[in-house]
Ligand binder design. Structure first.
Ligand code: NAD
Length: 363
């Protein structure tokens, strides 16, 4: 199979869809891998690293796309990339089509077979190609929040672990899923006092069992949220209601009850945010202050740690990439019922129900 790895062109996207380690797995099985010149630079992989793994470096982007059968990307195709797609292509990438009608229609018109990372499932009902980025974002949330608590950033000047004789900072995580658990683990590791709020008792049971009282678990109610606002130095928003915008759990009015200089980290900002005063920010200007409370609301947190994110992502995608390259998309999807829901668009049709419903395309 001829596999192509373009350089990502979305603004501030530094990840690449394949590491040299992944390229070596493909070339070792006899596949031809072409990597666009400089594609790995943002993640710290040089062209020479890819060449050493048996890949060819292609400087001409037109040639790269024209010769490809399987195209591996990170972000949804940008308009220039959609224009390059044709029916011989299988595209494997994050697509997030349900909120993107023009992109969906562009992919339909291209005739390409488009498989999305985010709709592939696993045997435990999880989303295995979303989980690595949620893990990154959860772990980064505490790092970003701890920095924001520093005085120079507008924070209260609180050191999360405290020092001997001084109590540690209090961190509340709202939503105890993949992001939330990873954030809580980081905060615990730093020595903070950690509480997780969740609406799912089953999830709280798992967390309680796993952390044996080292993390407090509290059922998420209006009372619990008000207490969290009053008492926390940092609140991390990590809720997800599948298929819906995030609920606004900390309201503007509640900011008045928070300590001046306390910090809100809204990881759920990519779903609209779970704090009323959240608005998306960038890595260049990640925080702003409302009513004395520092807000960190970066929508693509994993982009800041592109090397780790690239490695984590390709570890998760590689088995699927190998199946696509070895068997072709039809057989690969037929053989794996968890891979099948990844198919979003094929031969001009939307093949994923939620996306079709979003745009009235179901038939
Ligand atoms: P998840 O499904 O693993 O966990 C979400 C948790 O939220 C679940 O345990 C659920 O029970 C809980 N929840 C739902 N409603 C709640 C409520 N009202 N109160 C308390 N808990 C509630 O999801 P995840 O993978 O952890 O993702 C969490 C969020 O982080 C999502 O919005 C995701 O899009 C976002 N995310 C953002 C970035 C970024 O860069 N900003 C990166 C990755 C993920």
């Amino acid at each position: 199979m001829k596999v192509a790895v373009p350089k990502e062109i979305k603004n501030h996207e530094y990840r690449v869809a394949l590491t040299p380690t992944g390229a070596r797995e493909l070339t070792g099985r006899g596949h031809q891998v072409s990597v666009q010149a400089g594609a790995g630079e943002g993640a710290g992989f040089t062209d020479a690293d890819f060449q050493a793994a048996g890949a060819q470096i292609e400087a001409d982007v037109d040639t790269l796309w024209r010769n490809a059968e399987l195209i591996l990307k990170v972000k949804e195709p940008q308009p220039d990339e959609v224009a390059r797609l044709n029916p011989q292509h299988t595209l494997f990438t994050y697509l997030h089509l349900a909120a993107e009608e023009p992109l969906t229609r562009g992919l339909m018109e291209s005739g390409a077979t488009c498989i999305a990372y985010e709709t592939i499932t696993d045997a435990r009902g999880g989303l295995p190609l979303l989980a690595p980025m949620s893990t990154v974002a959860g772990r980064m949330a505490v790092q970003a929040g701890a920095h924001s608590l520093e005085k120079a950033q507008g924070g209260a000047g609180v050191l999360l672990p405290g020092v001997p004789g001084v109590a540690p900072g209090k961190v509340t995580v709202i939503g105890g899923g993949v992001v939330g658990e990873n954030a809580a683990r980081m905060a615990l590791g730093l020595g903070a006092e950690v509480t997780i709020l969740d609406k799912s008792l089953a999830r709280l049971e798992v967390l309680d069992d796993r952390y044996q009282g080292r993390i407090k678990t509290v059922y998420s109610t209006a009372d619990a949220l008000e207490t969290a606002a009053r008492e926390s130095d940092m609140i991390i928003g990590a809720v997800l209601v599948p298929g819906a915008a995030a609920p606004k759990l900390i309201t503007r009015r509640m900011l008045a009850d928070m300590q001046p200089g306390s910090v809100l980290v809204d990881v759920a900002i990519d779903q609209g945010g779970c704090f009323e005063t959240s608005k998306p920010t960038t890595h260049a200007a990640p925080t702003y202050i409302v009513d004395g409370v520092v807000h960190y609301c970066v929508a693509n947190m994993p982009g800041a740690v592109a090397r780790t994110s690239t490695q984590g992502l390709t570890n998760a995608t590689l088995p699927f990439v190998l199946a696509l390259a070895d068997k072709g998309w039809q057989q690969a999807l037929r053989d794996d019922p968890h891979f099948l829901p990844g198919l979003n668009v094929h031969a001009g049709q939307v093949t994923y129900l939620a996306v079709a419903e979003a745009f009235g395309l179901e038939s």
